[in-house]
Design a protein around this ligand. Sequence first.
Ligand code: XMP
Length: 561
Amino acid sequence: MANRRSKQLQEKSLRVTTTGDIEVSTYLEIAKEIGGEQPAALEEAVSRADREAIVVIDFGSQYSLLIARRVRECQVYCELVPHDTPWEKIVSLNPRGFILSGGPASVNDPNAPLSPAYIYASHLPVLGICYGMQVLAKQLGGQVAPGAKREYGHTILHLSDLDSPLFASLPPSTPVWMSHGDKIEEMPSGFTALAHTENSPVAVMGNGDGIFGLQFHPEVVHTSGGKTILKNFVSRVCGCKGNWTMGNFINESLSRIKEQVGTGKAICALSGGVDSAVVATIIHRAIGDQLTCIFVNNGLLRREEAERTLNAFRNNLGMHIIFVDASARFLRKLKEVTDPEVKRKAIGEEFIRVFEEEARKVGKVDFLAQGTLYPDVIESVSSVSTASAKIKTHHNVGGLPAQMTLNLLEPLRYLFKDEVRQVGLKLGLPEELVLRQPFPGPGLAIRIIGEVTEEKLEILRNADYIVMNEIKLAKLYRQLWQSFAILTDVRSVGVMGDFRTYGYLVAIRAVTSDDAMTANWSRLPYDLLARISNRIVNEVPEINRVVYDITSKPPSTIEWE
Ligand code: XMP
């Protein structure tokens, strides 16, 4: 897991270019470079009011974050913390119960991570999952031993204690997902086996006093009753009422932002993406014109995108927006650039330069708003815990003016993407904006193979518009993670009427995905592909051939550059 996270981080840092949808970490990166510190105690800047919480103790499973998400789906606030988190931090979360995550270690390894003593001393309910169950067994006096073979994949769970509160509404036998090498050889005293599978006589154990262990993973979709089990744990065992709703979140956030900002001034970069849109809207609702948004048109947006974004925020929401049409500047920087990473870097640097110039004009500013989301916080959690709240910007690194000391305002810091979308809808943002597919910060520049020119941008905009339009008409837009056109640098011969043509080759890409780490090419209906192709070659004269990309990720990536 640690490796995967650091790989994600590496991939991310390559993308630190603008405030695109996916890439929410631009300022964080700038802040890090500038001060060598993570702007962090933001952690504490967000008060958690009086809400009940389930705390997931993270032992490094690749599913740990998913556990937190599933618990939140039960309308109970949940945070993931490293296994060595001090009690003071835990108690500030107002915990009602703990979940011990899975993890790659074996509890019998000499350096295996274990639960802090407060877990047991608190007398709060505990649910150990996979490695977490083995931690419980080991620490409470049972025996864990290597299994004869690793158990991986689907199996059937047979319940032996149908009266356990954990099993309410579950059928007596239900499919579950296993992934473990060690198994419980001997349960700690006071525990009984509540369910078994073919290979695990102790697939679920409990002590009748609120401590449970599951050998399987309830958080993954393959465990069909998994959500029921988690819901039973948080509501029936921990007694949570379920007060985590986006309406409550908005109310809490509004008063928190007002309190935090006081009479200060904040700035926020608007990208047209969901995260920055929701951040700007919630802050604007809290502090009105004390917020100034800066929207930089880099000239790499899709057709009508800049106008639509501006209209939505300035005219419909009445925000104070500085709009900068910097298209020509970006194009100049991209002249003769063909390497994708050089393109990204050029766009990122230019964005920071323009943003810096505009921010200076606002005068004294106290807060920089950004759309950091919970998964980003978790990725950088180790550095966050030692960092400080303030960032000092430094003009040499392309940040904000040297004398400017900014606090970060990160109202979405504890939210998952789907929660951000719910908040956006509740705040009245248009569905078209809130539910839109991700669009990369460097925009169309990484969908034009080779040098980016105004002419090519126009060709791609026209083709892309048709793709988007047809996908929406076919009602497939929301099912797809992304769908778009790529302008290749290949030209091929064609025939139009009696004439020979020599035009561009355009590729269509449509993928399904959960998180962009992996993606499958979508089996779009042939008729839809035919319509897209016909329209493109008829309506965009520079293009005479259309191909469909049928590679998944891996081995390909979603974008072509
Ligand atoms: P790849 O092409 O790596 O893309 O499969 C995965 C997801 O990330 C988006 N992407 C970017 N987003 N800046 C961004 O803000 C970038 O440089 C960038 N490159 C790729 C891509 O659209 C997909 O959703």
